[in-house]
Design a protein around this ligand. Structure first.
Ligand SMILES: NC(=O)c1ccc[n+]([C@@H]2O[C@H](COP(=O)([O-])OP(=O)(O)OC[C@H]3O[C@@H](n4cnc5c(N)ncnc54)[C@H](O)[C@@H]3O)[C@@H](O)[C@H]2O)c1
Length: 337
């Protein structure tokens, strides 16, 4: 059954000034009332600045760890989209406590506020990281979670997001809260964080723009499936719009698999830099210390999202990279890098 295009709703988007959250704001602002709760720890107020003067938009600067603030933001919400989280591999190893507290206690505050307000739907932004190092790709939603030991901090993000999923499914089962979960696979595109704490694509682009080689961790043979932001947003909207999504988990991703070596070479080529700059391989220990484990392959099985939601990623990696490179070129040049 189709809920239909979302309109006339009051929607709380936590993390709505972040990369994915701010694109969701842009897609949902017409015809709805949007409240964003964001502490701006990695988000950017400029990404929602065009909406600040609109009557149907409200920005609240605050943390999901602040229960009172969450209750205020969630008041009378019909839908909650929970995007706020501490995200980025380097943060998992440098600030595991921040990851653990925000992604579990923060999520619990938002879920409790959803229950109090009898929301029609609570959507959790989860991640392909929950599959850990399971290399039996493509990974369907029921694939096993394969993780390393707890003294490797890298796994704490995966664990907190999996706990969030368990929490939501339990709230659905025991308290009747209508929940749905999307597992995003390596999103990329304009507005993604490009600092050392950000993601691989903006970091590579930024380095090449400053005539430095992209630094490939390990041998670069590890693979990922990168999903352009419009396909991430489309998958999220389709999940919100379909009543069959309640109680379900969906992989939202693009199943085009590339090695990180291929990714670096493609970005160099698209930036006309492949003759003068070559990717440089560096050991993981230089970035993440001695105890680090990487994920060797990651490809989504999107059969379920295709069948139930009619989801189909449309943007190829090359197309998405071109658009992303153009955006970083203009933005980073405007900021003088
Ligand atoms: N980008 C990806 O590839 C990817 C992949 C899988 C899952 N996800 C999930 O999607 C969601 C959005 O990720 P993103 O890539 O847009 O990252 P992002 O860092 O750009 O967005 C997260 C937002 O949450 C905010 N935030 C962090 N801690 C907060 C707190 N305590 N209180 C309030 N706001 C807080 C940040 O300021 C930021 O605006 C996250 O839940 C992430 O786990 C992202």
């Amino acid at each position: 059954m189709v809920r239909g295009v979302i309109s006339g709703k009051r929607i709380l988007i936590t993390g709505g000034a972040g990369f994915i959250g701010s694109h969701l704001v842009d897609s949902l602002i017409n015809g709805n009332e949007i409240v964003v709760l964001d502490d701006l720890s990695s988000g950017n107020i400029h990404y929602v600045s065009e909406h600040l003067k609109k009557k149907n938009f409200r920005f609240i600067k605050g943390s999901i760890l602040d229960k009172k603030m969450v209750e205020k933001a969630a008041k009378n919400a019909n839908i909650i989209i929970h995007e706020a989280a501490v995200v980025g591999v380097k943060k998992y190893v440098d600030n595991p406590l921040g990851v653990i507290l925000t992604n579990t206690f923060g999520t619990h505050n938002v879920v409790e506020a959803a229950l109090k307000n009898h929301v029609e739907l609570f959507l959790l932004a989860s991640t392909s990281e929950v599959y850990g190092k399971n290399i039996n790709v493509p990974l369907s939603e029921n694939a096993d979670r394969v993780l390393g030991p707890t003294n490797i901090f890298r796994w704490c993000y995966s664990t907190t997001k999996a706990l969030d999923e368990h929490m939501l499914l339990a709230y659905n089962y025991q308290k009747g809260l209508p929940v749905t979960i999307v597992r995003y696979f390596n999103a990329y595109g304009p507005r993604q964080e490009s600092s050392d704490y950000g993601a691989v694509i903006p970091i590579f682009i930024k380095r090449i723009l400053s005539n430095s080689p992209p630094l490939v961790h390990g041998d670069g043979k590890q693979t990922r499936s990168f999903t352009y932001i419009t396909d991430i947003i489309n998958g999220t909207l389709l999940t919100l719009e379909n009543e069959k999504s309640v109680g379900e988990i969906f992989n939202i991703g693009n199943d085009e698999e590339v090695t990180i070596n291929q990714l670096a070479d493609t970005i160099l080529e698209l930036m006309d830099s492949s003759k003068k700059i070559k990717a440089k391989h560096v050991p993981y220990s230089e970035f993440y210390g001695e105890s680090y484990e990487d994920i060797l392959r990651r490809v989504p099985d999107i059969t379920k999202a295709k069948k139930i939601l009619g989801y189909k990623p449309k943007v190829t990696l090359r197309e998405g990279l071109k658009k992303t490179i153009d955006w970083y070129k203009s933005t980073l040049h405007a900021q003088n890098m």
